[in-house]
Design a protein around this ligand. Structure first.
Ligand code: ZN
Length: 150
């Protein structure tokens, strides 16, 4: 397996912009705000091993692969990627945003200290890994009706 070894270039402290805590949530562990966060603010960067070109197809598929572009995927399954603790929600208070080849989790609502940080993982992920088992707090789960089309 070829993995680009640019982990050392990443200072993991620099990838966290807001005070956060990892705690028990409805779906295992989750990431929680440890201070108030305003809409539009960067919370954390999604980091991991950088896979370029075909390297991603050589890695065993896992829930933490984040495709940044055709040519670049982040394997975020590493422990030092705290963003991997963020759970999916059909009504998330944050979203993932790609900026210059990097992935940031940005607040889309004002988040209060103590709130769990969640974002919508997207339809493809939802159908593959969550489906009918979504435990998020939404009254109506976003993709559920469509995911029955198999
Ligand atoms: Zn849901």
């Amino acid at each position: 397996m070829i993995v680009n070894d640019n982990i050392k270039e990443i200072n993991t402290e620099d990838s966290v912009f807001k005070k956060i805590k990892i705690k028990k949530s409805y779906a295992g562990l989750g990431l929680f705000a440890d201070e108030d966060i305003k809409k539009g603010e960067k919370i954390i960067e999604y980091i991991g091993l950088i896979l370029l070109g075909d390297e991603a197809s050589e890695v065993k598929s896992n829930m933490y692969l984040f495709e940044v572009s055709n040519n670049k995927t982040i394997n975020g399954s590493v422990r030092w990627n705290k963003a991997r603790y963020i759970n999916h929600s059909c009504i998330g208070n944050a979203e993932s945003e790609i900026r210059k080849g990097r992935v940031y989790i940005i607040a889309v609502k004002n988040i209060k200290k103590g709130d769990e940080i969640t974002y919508d993982y997207g339809e493809e992920f939802f159908n593959e890994y969550i489906g009918k088992d979504c435990k998020c707090k939404a009254n109506k789960h976003k993709y559920l009706s469509k995911s029955k089309t198999k």
